[in-house]
Design a binder for this molecule. Structure first.
Ligand SMILES: C[S@@+](CC[C@H](N)C(=O)[O-])C[C@H]1O[C@@H](n2cnc3c(N)ncnc32)[C@H](O)[C@@H]1O
Length: 202
């Protein structure tokens, strides 16, 4: 089994045709999450993939509790093998909202963010890692519609997007749903600029 090491954490990778392999976007989100997370926080990662970001947080932040969801069963299996508590579901489905369930200090998502036409889809479960629908924001928009229901008062989100995802549209939706918005990290990678957008619940 192939493994990688990042910030004191060894991560087992799944088969590359079934599970998203951590890449520049994963590293940028992990770095931003390490800056944001405080000891003892309760964190949720949506779309954990191999479990890379969650595992890095668990290895580096004392007393942190991390939960994750993932739609791809192969990825959920891989995240579990990396010690991440993950349930296989679509976004938040199955989690109870607000004070009737668990709520989180911080919620993370590196979503499928590429605008994707029918003939650009990749076969099988791996398509969920890339396919952002025609706008690049279809899954992200569904996430943004729901996320505040799972945050503690004053809670925060970190979302990875690319310059081709449409920063202005993402910012506008976040502000409409009650968040203050800023960009906490950026990195130019070949044809795109990756960025981590932070939303603070006001
Ligand atoms: C770009 S990959 C990121 C994986 C990992 N978080 C990382 O940073 O390496 C996006 C992940 O989100 C998952 N995903 C896509 N749509 C989802 C949904 N509706 N619910 C849960 N997970 C989803 C994909 O299967 C994929 O593993």
């Amino acid at each position: 089994m192939v493994e990688i090491e990042y910030k004191n954490t060894r991560i087992k990778l799944g088969p590359s045709d079934l599970v998203y392999e951590p890449a520049e976007d994963s590293f940028l989100l992990a770095d931003a999450a390490l800056e944001e997370a405080k000891p003892g926080m309760c964190v949720l990662e949506i779309g954990a993939g191999s479990g890379f970001v969650s595992a890095v947080l668990k290895a580096n932040v004392e007393g942190i509790r991390v939960f994750a969801t993932e739609i791809n069963p192969h990825a959920a299996h891989c995240a579990k093998a990396n010690g991440v508590e993950v349930i296989r579901t679509d976004l938040f489905r199955g989690l109870k909202k607000g004070n009737r369930g668990i709520s989180f200090d911080l919620i993370l998502f590196n979503p499928p963010y590429l605008p994707t036409s029918e003939d650009e889809k990749v076969p099988g479960w791996l398509n969920y890692a890339f396919d952002g629908g025609a706008s690049g924001r279809e899954t992200l928009d569904r996430f943004l519609d729901e996320v505040r229901n799972y945050l503690k008062p004053g809670g925060r989100i970190l979302v990875l997007i690319s310059s081709i995802t449409g920063l202005e549209a993402v910012k506008e939706k976040l502000m409409k749903t009650g968040f203050e918005v800023d960009i906490v990290l950026k990195k130019k990678v070949s044809f795109e600029e990756l960025m981590v957008v932070r939303g603070k619940l006001v």
